[in-house]
Design a protein around this ligand. Structure first.
Ligand SMILES: Nc1ncnc2c1ncn2[C@@H]1O[C@H](COP(=O)(O)OP(=O)(O)OP(=O)(O)O)[C@@H](O)[C@H]1O
Length: 262
């Protein structure tokens, strides 16, 4: 039997106040596959990520179909969405670290979803939090710290640990390293890479950085004006871009990112 893909996205349209912002989005993310989403500013990358994660911002609405591990997210009730979050799909965003509660310890924040989604008791959740922190190369003692006591890179690692805590089928990552310095960003991506491999989690990652795309993803979709204009294996698309938008992105990257120079 062919396994359910991590995400099966069919003809998704996202609109706000009657304006179509993403249109005709169709994409299949196979089990454990890593997809990148690139495109110019305003192309619809973040809304695409949000639609696939079932977390569209207020005022926007989707039609079409987004199935994660066989569960339909478009039009799903809050309780149905809540049951898919964590184990089906998890989101880590550029500002995920900001979303940490300033007054709660890291340990309590990581333990919450483990207790809710996996039914762990207090002691089991505490042990799992220590494991999760170790998995993202943070000392387990950080469980007792509050977010303000951590660096930006450490906070983003905590966000990643939280997103991967329930071993989701799919991690949606929206510019997860955009707010980090290059060495800290590289370390986080390296960590992400190892965690995805260890858990078999698939990835859909928005990035504006073709170097990051090439380092992390196997497949790419290029968006422009809310539509997919090109998609395929990353090496092929970067080596021989077919659409003018992709060519412009590759040309811009050649000027600024040594790794993708021809
Ligand atoms: N909540 C919203 N309500 C109305 N319009 C929105 C909303 N969010 C985004 N948009 C609009 O939808 C379009 C796509 O936005 P989106 O944030 O997905 O683009 P993006 O490709 O991620 O851009 P960037 O690279 O600049 O972050 C833009 O024109 C944006 O102004």
């Amino acid at each position: 039997m062919i396994p359910e893909p991590a995400a099966d996205v069919r003809d998704v349209r996202v609109a706000a106040a009657g304006t179509t912002l993403v249109d005709g989005l169709t994409l299949t993310v196979g089990v454990g596959e890593r997809w990148g989403v690139v495109g110019p500013s305003g192309a619809g990358k973040s809304l695409t990520a949000a639609a696939v994660a079932g977390l569209l911002p207020p005022g926007t609405a989707a039609t079409g179909s987004v199935r994660v591990g066989g569960t339909e997210l478009v039009g799903a009730s809050e309780s149905a969405l809540a049951s898919v979050r964590g184990r089906g799909v998890a989101l880590v965003a550029q500002d995920s670290a900001v979303a940490l509660h300033p007054l709660l310890t890291i340990g309590r924040q990581l333990a919450g979803p483990l207790r809710r989604h996996q039914g762990l008791d207090r002691a089991a959740a505490r042990a799992r939090v220590a494991e999760l922190l170790t998995e993202v190369d943070l000392p387990p003692e950080l469980a007792r710290a509050r977010p303000a006591q951590l660096s930006g890179g450490q906070r983003q690692r905590v966000a990643l640990a939280g997103a991967l805590a329930c071993r989701p089928r799919l991690l949606v990552a929206d510019e997860p390293t955009a707010a980090l310095d290059p060495p800290v960003a590289r370390a986080l991506l390296d960590r992400l890479d190892r965690s995805l491999t260890a858990t078999g989690t698939a990835l859909l990652m928005v990035t504006h950085d073709l170097g990051v795309l090439a380092a992390v993803c196997e497949h790419v979709v290029v968006l422009a004006g809310g539509r997919v204009v090109e998609s395929g294996p990353v090496p092929e698309v970067l080596a021989a871009p077919e659409h003018e938008v992709t060519r412009a992105l590759v040309d811009a990257a050649r000027l600024s990112v040594p790794e993708v120079r021809a």
